[in-house]
Ligand binder design. Structure first.
Ligand SMILES: [Zn+2]
Length: 458
């Protein structure tokens, strides 16, 4: 047994000084102030810093096995530990084979488990072929039994092994997902609009960053969201829209919520900090899909986080080979993605808390509690409470530091924030009672310590 002393936790929107007792990886007791039981000798000093329940990144692409030249589970989870993320949820599509049935799930688990520094959960997948052959009925059940948090679907896909789903196939899959009580997560960009405008840009021989944004046209997101919300309205399944980027898309989700549909959404720090104007100036380092949008979209996303219409924050962590993958003069040839897990918490502290857009309590909900609840990890994760896992992100709110790509644990050593001074940094990351990252020492956890966390919703 040991304790974390001089800790400040958020309780009823106020900071409260406590001592947290930890035994066997779980929270054993929380006592006010420094009323420390004399029997406990070992202590970690939180030095009056704010202690959050471990943060969760519910949308990462760690590419393992299959695309490990870009990222693997070791470098991915090390970047999570250094970024104060105690649980990551990995996408099903950026590994070979994709996680589309029980054996594929087991295969990936065996490969990634020995590399993990923090806890992890998996997204599952369904392909159009599986729906058409009827095999999805068996494979989805296998995945549900293994604890996936939900299934990711694409309305548009550049991945050979994980193609986009048509509306009729999604309709079928959503019905089974409702029976299994699983979240259907959608990458929402309308295929036909993006296909049309992307070809148009290339016919015009456009190679500038803006042509990527114009190709993946604005309307594609709200259009695709309308389409899947329409299915959900009929079927009554749980729907989640990933990496939301537009104001219009958010308004569709707001409407769906007022209709009582079981719909949630997330956005990423990159959509909250950068716009098309930055993309024009900085080029391919900010190439992502969906692309960055306008100032008014960015501001509306902040409002959505504040008013609760956006449920949580994720990073869509996707590291490209750098500089090779991001150095073509033609924007269309560059890799789309940013490694985000290590910087998400500092970005939310700097641009959210210090710019007075969000309170610490709101950040706690958006980066831990709401996520854990939606994906069935609660109350094991997502809260500081007796019997919950002893996962903590301790932050130094006032620490000022400069972003340096060489300090990133990811294989993708690049960031659009290079050279930027941020206020707020991770002081310590603790996973089930074990310190995995410490300020000034770096990642101190053990490779293979991280374990699979299962969705508990039956
Ligand atoms: Zn993604």
């Amino acid at each position: 047994m040991y304790m974390i002393k001089n800790a400040k936790i958020i309780e009823n929107k106020e900071l409260k000084e406590v001592t947290i007792l930890i035994e066997a990886g779980k929270i054993k007791q929380i006592v006010s102030g420094n009323n420390i039981p004399t029997s406990v000798e070992k202590a970690i000093d939180a030095k009056e810093h704010v202690v959050f329940p471990g943060f969760i990144d519910p949308h990462v692409h760690f590419n393992d096995p299959g695309f490990t030249e870009r990222e693997d589970f070791e470098t991915g989870t090390r970047s999570a530990a250094a970024g104060g993320i105690t649980t990551v949820i990995d996408m099903p599509c950026t590994s070979i084979p994709p996680v589309t049935n029980g054996p594929n799930f087991d295969y990936k688990l065996n490969i990634v488990k020995p590399k993990a520094y923090v806890d992890f959960a998996f997204w599952g997948g369904v392909t159009p072929e599986q729906v058409e052959s009827g095999e999805y009925k068996k494979s989805l059940k296998e995945l549900k039994d293994r604890g996936i948090v939900g299934v990711k679907f694409y309305t548009i896909s550049g991945m050979e092994l994980y193609p986009r789903m048509s509306v009729p196939n999604m309709d079928k899959a959503f019905r089974l997902m409702k029976e299994l009580n699983l979240v259907c997560a959608i990458h929402a960009e309308d295929y036909y609009l993006v296909d049309y405008y992307s070809h148009l840009m290339q016919e015009m021989r456009r190679e500038d960053p803006e042509s990527w944004s114009e190709g993946r046209t604005y309307e594609a997101e709200p259009e695709a969201i309308w389409s899947v919300v329409g299915i959900t309205e009929k079927v009554g399944n749980k729907l989640h829209i990933v990496h939301l980027s537009t104001k219009e898309g958010l308004n569709v989700i707001r409407w769906a919520k007022t209709q009582g549909l079981n719909v949630s959404t997330e956005t990423c720090p990159q959509y909250l900090v950068f716009t098309t104007e930055d993309f024009k100036k900085m080029g391919s380092i900010l190439k992502i899909a969906p692309p960055l949008r306008k100032e008014e979209d960015r501001e509306e996303l902040w409002r959505g986080l504040k008013d609760g219409s956006i449920d949580f924050i994720c990073t869509d962590h996707a590291a490209g080979k750098y500089p090779e993958g991001k150095s073509f003069p033609n924007i269309w040839k560059n890799y789309a993605g940013i490694p985000g897990t290590q910087l998400a918490v500092p970005m939310m502290l700097h641009y959210g808390y210090h710019k007075e857009r969000l309170t610490l309590g709101e950040i706690q909900k958006l980066m831990s509690e709401n996520t854990a609840k939606r994906y069935g990890l609660y109350p094991q994760k997502g809260i500081i409470k007796v019997r919950s896992d002893a996962d903590f992100t301790i932050v130094d709110l006032d620490k000022e530091w400069v972003v340096e790509p060489s300090k990133l644990e990811s294989k993708g050593k690049y960031s659009p924030l290079t050279g930027k001074k941020l206020k707020g940094q991770i002081y310590m990351t603790i996973v089930r009672g074990e310190v995995v990252y410490k300020e000034n020492k770096g990642v101190v956890g053990t490779k293979g310590y991280g374990k699979l966390i299962k969705n508990r919703i039956k």
